[in-house]
Design a binder for this molecule. Structure first.
Ligand SMILES: NC(=O)c1ccc[n+]([C@@H]2O[C@H](COP(=O)([O-])OP(=O)(O)OC[C@H]3O[C@@H](n4cnc5c(N)ncnc54)[C@H](OP(=O)(O)O)[C@@H]3O)[C@@H](O)[C@H]2O)c1
Length: 361
């Protein structure tokens, strides 16, 4: 695989820092540009970050001396130095939409962690192991944008990565009628640590703005179909979600209840399906693809956030406690690292898929 020159816009934020760290160790990607707001522009990356470094490994040496560019003011300069950008900016929705489109229109592909374009009908929202076929819609998006190589591809919200991966491999054979899910979400999902959010110690907050709507709607786009140049969301299953913030640094846990439509699989079949499942990233042996995408634990007390979130370098989804339910067919728990599988790691895997399938050339 050839090497790609990469930029990170929103490089100083929590997700941006993860991107910088993952790219530093990446076999295909070279970090050439870091960009953030005008407040950070002109400083070295090290100066711009100051005391804000939130990753548990040190800042990569290769990034320290890069001079931060202005993500909105320096677009032409940035696109001339990179093959594509990762986007993780925190701005108003309309501003992010306009910014990401501006990069795409400058013929620079954008792999975005932001929610701004998730509902743009010709922007694919990808979990690489689940719906890689949605990338086909990029042809139509490019026609709309009038571009040859520029486009936007996004990843889904972190909360849905706890239950969509587990349910997807079952759905082809056993259609699902309804899902009930409660998510127990880490504070890094709000860009916070215990230092910056001490109120979260010994505390649970029963509200995360906008999260329940995303958790109920986004799976339907992921499970949708490409039709006439847009992605048409699936009409079912019906999903209801409650999302709760818990005092955990990293790792979202989901408690999932599922009712199948006509026939239900046996418990053994579900576990066998998870163990055997391989997506396109595993077939292509993408650098970020975990060998085991779905890991089932037989122990009653697993998966545990602290113990299991880093499985597969934070890219494996762990499942446990599968049992029959009195109101639904089954219930189980599942765990996904929210800033790796659920954010920067998922976006890096998406970029790898785009490279491997020729979209970045
Ligand atoms: N944290 C997570 O786990 C997570 C998960 C999924 C999605 N997200 C989404 O990812 C995005 C980033 O999240 P985060 O937690 O990393 O946010 P964050 O820590 O607040 O960082 C925000 C980044 O955006 C930059 N920025 C702010 N205003 C800007 C402007 N006007 N022009 C250019 N850059 C600007 C900031 O640069 P300065 O330092 O220069 O201000 C910083 O680099 C958000 O949209 C968030 O909703 C986060």
């Amino acid at each position: 695989m050839k090497n790609y020159r990469v930029g990170v816009i929103g490089c100083t934020g929590m997700v941006g820092q993860r991107f910088v760290t993952l790219i530093d160790q990446h076999p295909w990607f070279d970090l050439k540009v870091v960009a953030a707001s005008a407040r950070s522009a002109g400083k070295t990356y090290e100066e711009a970050i100051g005391s804000r470094w939130k990753i548990d490994t040190p800042m990569p040496e290769s990034a320290k001396k890069l001079v931060v560019m202005d993500a909105t003011g320096d677009i032409e300069k940035i696109v001339s130095q990179v093959d594509f950008v990762f986007s993780a900016v925190d701005m108003k929705k309309e501003e992010i939409q306009a910014l990401e489109e501006a990069y795409a229109k400058h013929e620079c592909p954008v792999v975005s962690n932001n929610s701004a374009h998730r509902w743009t009908p010709d922007v694919p929202m990808i979990i690489p192991e689940v719906n890689p076929e949605h990338l086909a819609v990029i042809h139509d998006q490019k026609k709309r944008l009038g571009t040859k190589r520029g486009f936007i591809a996004v990843k889904s919200n972190c909360s849905i990565q706890t239950y969509v991966p587990a349910l997807s491999p079952l759905m082809g054979k056993y259609p699902i009628e309804k899902i009930l899910v409660c998510t127990y979400q880490a504070i890094s999902g709000a860009g916070k640590t215990f230092e910056s959010w001490p109120e979260m110690l010994d505390n649970v907050i029963p509200f995360i703005g906008g999260e329940e709507e995303k958790s109920e709607r986004e799976p339907l786009k992921v499970w949708g179909k490409v039709e006439n140049g847009v992605i048409v969301s699936a009409a079912e299953p019906s999903i209801t979600a409650q999302c709760i913030r818990v005092p955990v640094s990293n790792g979202h846990m989901g408690a999932v209840f599922v009712k199948f439509k006509d026939t239900k699989p046996s418990r053994e079949e579900m576990i066998k399906t998870w163990a055997a499942y391989k997506g396109r990233p595993q077939e292509l042996k993408l650098p970020s693809a975990p060998e085991q995408f779905l890991q089932y634990f037989a122990e009653d007390n697993r998966p545990q956030t602290g113990m299991d979130r880093m499985l597969g370098n934070g890219m494996t989804v762990s499942i446990g406690r599968l049992r029959e339910d009195t109101q639904y067919d089954y219930k189980f728990v599942s765990l996904a690292h929210n800033t790796l599988r659920g954010a920067a790691g998922g976006a890096v895997e998406l970029a790898e898929l785009l490279c491997a399938e020729g979209w970045m050339d």
